[in-house]
Design a protein around this ligand. Structure first.
Ligand SMILES: [Zn+2]
Length: 308
């Protein structure tokens, strides 16, 4: 019966046509698949290079790109195609590994790669930490770009915007562009505890009387320096300064002295990472709007401190 059926198929012109059409379909599919493969290959080869991604960033900022800047490539080949972008506050070994796991070869970091503001490395030649870190970046085809000055200079300041969003302080800002906020009255103790909770129970540090009641707060993210802190603390509308980091013999002693003179001033130190990191999370969102088809991830470096 099978044989007869087969024979019938062989002599049936309808079947022949069917078979011919099936073959034709196969050829069409093979051609289409070929086009698709060529198309996919050309999409892959059209990925922008790291240098091109940075040019796109430059053209979307509100500020002019300055020649005198720390915002430069720090390691890796800027002419490599970008497979994905990782934004981070500071590019630690852990961040490099997680970027690699996410298949992101371009890492955009707010702070330096090699432990000093200008990423000078002459003094680090033969240093085992520096050498191993650089080797890891190069062997894995990673590219590191620092994006500090211009992320602060664009309007609104990307770090400030991300931080105010994270803190949920938008409605308390007294004037746009000035980092001064007015809250319902609370004590330093209560306020500092709520900040600690917001930053994953990080060891937030406080200078001032825990029972001090206040409403007016200034914000100084990062390490803007002693002068910025003093100018903020001198303001009549700043009772508490929430800051990133500072040497202990500078603004911290100033606040202790203000307390010793019965002036109502206090300071809460979040740590540099906590006080700026959300700005690099916001960068990932911002990049998503200006780049096409490149996977973008925020990779938190996290607060480096813990207390026993
Ligand atoms: Zn900063």
């Amino acid at each position: 019966m099978n044989k007869e059926f087969d024979r019938e198929k062989m002599i049936n012109p309808k079947y022949k046509k069917l078979k011919y059409n099936t073959m034709k379909n196969h050829i069409v599919w093979i051609i289409l698949l070929g086009f698709c493969l060529i198309g996919c290959a050309s999409i892959a080869s059209n990925n922008p290079t790291a240098r091109e991604v940075i040019e796109t960033i430059k053209s979307n900022l509100t500020c002019q790109w300055s020649k005198n800047t720390v915002d430069t490539f720090k390691a890796g080949d800027p002419d490599s195609e970008v497979t994905g972008i990782a934004t981070t506050f500071i590019v630690t070994m852990d961040v490099l590994q997680r970027a690699l796991d996410l298949e992101c070869n371009l890492i955009i970091t707010h702070e330096p790669t090699f432990y000093n503001h200008l990423d000078e490395v002459d003094h680090l030649k033969n240093d085992p930490v520096y050498e191993e870190k650089l080797k890891f970046i190069e062997e894995n085809g990673l590219i590191v770009f620092r994006f500090h000055d211009h992320w602060h200079r664009t309007q609104p300041d990307g770090i400030f915007k991300g931080m105010i969003n994270k803190l949920g302080w938008q409605d308390y800002q007294v004037e746009p562009d000035i980092l001064v906020f007015k809250f319902p009255e609370s004590t330093i103790g209560e306020f500092a505890a709520s900040l600690k909770e917001k930053f994953n129970n990080s060891p937030v540090r406080v200078i001032g009387d825990t029972e001090m009641k206040f409403t007016e707060v200034g914000l100084s993210p990062g390490a803007p320096g002693y002068m910025n802190h003093v100018r903020m603390l001198e303001r009549d509308d700043v009772e508490v300064l929430v800051a990133g980091e500072v040497p202990e013999w500078e603004s911290i002693t100033y606040v202790r002295d203000a307390g010793g003179l019965n002036m109502k001033k206090a300071m809460i130190l979040l740590g540099h990472v906590n006080s700026e990191e959300a700005g690099m999370e916001y960068l990932a969102t911002w990049l998503n709007d200006i780049t096409e088809d490149i996977p973008i991830h925020f990779v938190p470096a996290g607060d480096p401190f813990w207390t026993p």
